[in-house]
Design a protein around this ligand. Sequence first.
Ligand SMILES: C[S@@+](CC[C@H](N)C(=O)[O-])C[C@H]1O[C@@H](n2cnc3c(N)ncnc32)[C@H](O)[C@@H]1O
Length: 390
Amino acid sequence: MSGKYNESNQSISCSVCKQCGGCQYVDIPYEKELKKKSAYLKQLFEGICTVGEVHGMYRPAFYRNKVHAVVGLDKQKGIVTGTYAEGTHRLVPVDVCMIEDQKADSIIATLRELFASFKYVPYNEDTHRGFMRHILIRRGFSTKEMMVVLVTADNKFPSKNNFLKALLEKHPDITTVVQNINDYSTSMVLGKANKVLYGKGYIEDVLCGCRFRISPESFYQINPSQTEKLYKTAIRLGGITKNDVVIDAYCGIGTIGIALSSHAKKVIGVELNPQAVKDAQTNADLNHIKNIQFVNEDAGDFLVRYAEGGRADVVIMDPPRSGSTPEFLQSLLQIKPKRIVYISCNPETQVRDVRVLQKGGYKVEACEGYDMFPHTFHVETVCLLSRKAQ
Ligand SMILES: C[S@@+](CC[C@H](N)C(=O)[O-])C[C@H]1O[C@@H](n2cnc3c(N)ncnc32)[C@H](O)[C@@H]1O
């Protein structure tokens, strides 16, 4: 198994890309990939607004600060880690990945050896037997803090202290180790319960000059250097002033709302994941922000209620890949913010939603593409919509 990052044309090569399915732009100069992504966005947004060239990443390799590996058993190789081939439950062993954090990959290599020597049997999804299911590693881009989450099928952890000693001796830069207990018989990665085995149970990172706590289950953008650029553009497009009430919908751990709070009168963050909301509240305190509040609710349900008399001057929305919902969009049209900044990791659902907002009286003023996921098909976009004068 091999892979290489080619500095001269910023392409990657990878011997398992076909089986893994994670990267589609392999052995292609990065400049060409960006051109393809730009052409795709121009075509998608045709008749809606003009889109400039996609903003590429400086040194597009080893950028994923969150690395997930499935643990499995191979008859010849013994314990292997890797990813399920796209749309299947067939494990493709991956030792070297050109887009994942290299420290994380070296920890995973150590874990494979330790699982074998401590006789931690990989979990089998067909028989529902075995112990070790997944590894999740998160690394703070600025702080270099490193969290290792070991997803196990039950809550025992045989020889825990010796195992931790061996792991930390090899990787003293690991700042926390968490055991996540997942006894579901489904393919969900994380279970409900976490046990902190070492350290504080979360990491912190610094983004746009603010400090953020990130728990095992909370969403955090996977490419921090590109995220800074994306957020700065979103905040600039929002044109927020000191009198503005801002809603940060689908706010995760509160990153965007906290980063823009000094420009606004008041910010309301809305997020479905309760752990992310806890992180968001802690993050507001960490950054001494007083004019922000967080609501743990479905963004659509919240907006339906809020539309009964609530005011918002600017709404930032950053929904998951499936996009927003009719309830959310109709309530947004009822609230009538001056500007809507729509961030998306799936421009197709974004275009679908933008068309609804256009029909409801909004004009798309700008759209910019950011390459958050070099060497894959994916591209992130941020659109500014403003309310037409009536
Ligand atoms: C693409 S992430 C964006 C998070 C954040 N804006 C950021 O940049 O880190 C989408 C977020 O929406 C949350 N989410 C998913 N469905 C939701 C819903 N129906 N209502 C509110 N939040 C939701 C997810 O938990 C996730 O944190």
